[in-house]
Each structure stands twice: as C-alpha cells, then as structure tokens.
Ligand binder design. Structure first.
Ligand SMILES: [Cu+2]
Length: 347
C-alpha cells in the first residue's frame, strides 16, 4: 500500500512540474521572450540566495546537533592527537567550504543578466593560478605531515612493557591470542590450521612458546598500559576498527600489521562517563569482507592490573585444551581425540 502511494506521489509531482513548465511557456509567449527571461533570472537569483542561507543554517545545525555526541572523548592517549587532527582538518576545510559557497551563490545572484551589462572576458591569470595552487598545496602538505606523524607513531615499535595481543580476522569473526606467562607468542603456520582439532590459528605444538598461549573470546586490556595489536587475516582483507580508541588497521592475509595505543579509561569508568550502563568497547570490521561482515563484532574489556591478572590466571592455554587427554608428545594428536578437543574448546 505504501509503495503504491509513493509511486502515486511521484507521478503527481511529475504532472505538477510538467503543468508549471507548460504554463510558464504560455506566459512567456504572452509577455514576450525577453521579459519572461529577466523575471525567471531574478527568481532563480533569489532562490540561489535562499538555498545558500538555508544550506548554511542546515550545516551549522547538523554540526551543532552531533557535536561530541557520536563517539565522545577519545579513550586512548594517542587518540587525542587523532581528534585534534580531525578538528583542525574540519576547521580548515570548513572555512574554505563556507567562503567558496558564499562566493558561488552570491556571484550567481549579483551577476545575473542586466540591461547594458556585458560579460568581462578573463581567460587566464598566472598570478591567480599560482595563488590557488600554492596555498591549498601548503595547507594539504601540513595536514598530511601531521597525519603521517600520528601514523608513524601508532605503527612504530610499541614500548617494551606493552601487552601483546594477536588479532586475526576470518570470515566471520575475530580470533584473539595472548602470549601467556612467557610474554611471547608461539610460532604458527597457516598449513597447520585445523579448526576440527581446535587449532584455529595453525599453532605449531612443537614450539614451546605456544604451550601457554591462550585464546579468549574477549580482549582484556589494562588501563594506562600500552597494548600492541599484531593483526592478520586467515582469508580475505578485514580491518580492525577501534572507534573509541580512534585506531584502525587493515588485517591482510600473509602480511602482519601492528598498531599500539594506551587505553585511558576502564570499561567501568566509561560506563559512568557516558551514563550508559551497557557501554562496551568494540572491535568492528571496517572492511567489507563478505556476507557476514556485519557480525564481526569483538568486545574489549579495559580493567585494572589486578582485575586483568585475575582474569589471565583463569585462562586455560589452547594447548592444554586441545591436548587434554593426550600424553603423547606435542605435535602428534591422537586420531580419536578430535571429538573431546572440540568439546573442550566450545565449552
Ligand atoms: Cu568485515
């Protein structure tokens, strides 16, 4: 029913426009071509000015309405610089936008056809060309330079005490891995990936560093402590999006990428700050990766060191879960252990 009404409205609007166009054609014939053109020029000039004023009010209103409401303050120390960069970029492009729009619409109004006025022939001016090339070039270079400074910082080596978390994207969820007590992630190879045996990442069980690595379903981070994400993908390109921390990095198969940042507030503090009892830090996938793309939501919990230690102590290593009942040497899982392994992993 609403579809039919929509079509009807479109048809009626089309008929109305058609009739107005026809009527104005008759009017121009009656008044004489020139007079009709002058009048329509005047009307168009005023409409352009009205569009300018209403448009600028609309731009201001939308900006004011959404100011600080979409994401709030950055929840990472490094994100503050990103926010500053965004505001500086918005200010510069905003000023240019307002000036150019005013000139565009005002000129269209002011220089409309008038009796005795002749168009001024102005084909080229070197000075003008240089000015409008050099000034934007300088402005953009400065913006890019500041952007690169942030980029180099977030992709540079993390501080030595940083918590390491490996984040691997796959269609369609994130797989997280922590290095365990030794602080080092074990070796892995895509050829060893065997989800049926609980080995989602292809961890090499012959590498002792893998023995204490654990794979939780949520990311836990310590407030005020730098964290380094080692990012990868098992299939197509995904993208780790961390809107609250103002971070984002592609997850590319075969090419590990990294980023590091320092969380500023615990999840609990953010609940109070935002007044939202259900607040959670999220990882989104920021790269269209297939039909289940929308469901690639990961949860991050930021907490105090004590809370983190208690949580980490409770995590069972992936090795112990996948080798629960095997006394056999690492790397030689029993053929009949698969069922139990799956049960243990999905518990
Ligand atoms: Cu995706």
């Amino acid at each position: 029913m609403s579809g039919f009404l929509a079509v009807l409205v479109v048809v009626l609007i089309f008929i109305v426009i058609f009739q107005i166009a026809k009527a104005s054609e008759y009017v121009s014939v009656l008044k004489g071509e020139k007079k009709a053109r002058e009048q329509s020029n005047r009307i168009n000039g005023f409409l352009l000015i009205a569009f300018l004023v209403l448009g600028l009010i609309g731009v201001y209103y939308c900006n004011d309405l959404l100011k600080g409401k979409i994401l709030g303050e950055s929840a990472s120390v490094q994100g503050e610089g990103v926010d500053t960069l965004i505001y500086v970029t918005l200010a510069i492009t905003g000023i240019v936008f307002v000036i150019t729009q005013i000139l565009l619409f005002w000129f269209a109004f002011k220089y409309q056809e008038k009796e005795g006025r002749k168009a001024f022939y102005f084909p080229h001016n070197n000075k003008l060309e240089v000015i409008w090339t050099v000034i934007p070039a300088i402005a953009l270079t400065v913006l890019v330079a500041f952007g690169l400074k942030h980029w180099f910082q977030l992709t540079s080596d993390a501080p030595k005490d940083a918590q390491v978390v490996e984040v691997t994207g796959k269609q369609f969820n994130w797989i997280f891995r922590y290095p365990g007590k030794d602080g080092q992630l074990g070796r892995r190879d895509f050829k060893d990936i065997d989800p049926g045996a609980g080995n989602e990442l292809g961890m090499d069980w012959n590498d002792p560093l893998n023995k204490d690595d654990f794979m939780p379903t949520e990311v836990h981070l310590v407030v005020g402590k730098p964290v380094k994400f080692i990012i990868g993908s098992r299939d197509v390109i995904h993208d780790v999006g961390l809107p609250h921390f103002r971070m984002k990095m592609d997850a590319v198969p075969g090419i590990p990428t990294t980023l590091w940042f320092t969380p500023k507030y615990t999840t609990k503090q953010m609940k109070e700050k935002t007044g939202n009892a259900d607040f959670t830090y999220e990882i989104s996938c920021d790269q269209m990766c297939g039909s289940g793309h929308y469901s690639m939501r990961g949860v991050i919990v930021v907490e105090t060191q004590e809370e983190f230690d208690a949580w980490a102590a409770k995590q069972k290593s992936t090795y112990s879960l996948t080798h629960a009942d095997t006394a056999a040497p690492a790397g030689a899982p029993k053929a009949d252990s698969t069922q139990k392994v799956v049960a243990a992993v999905t518990k």
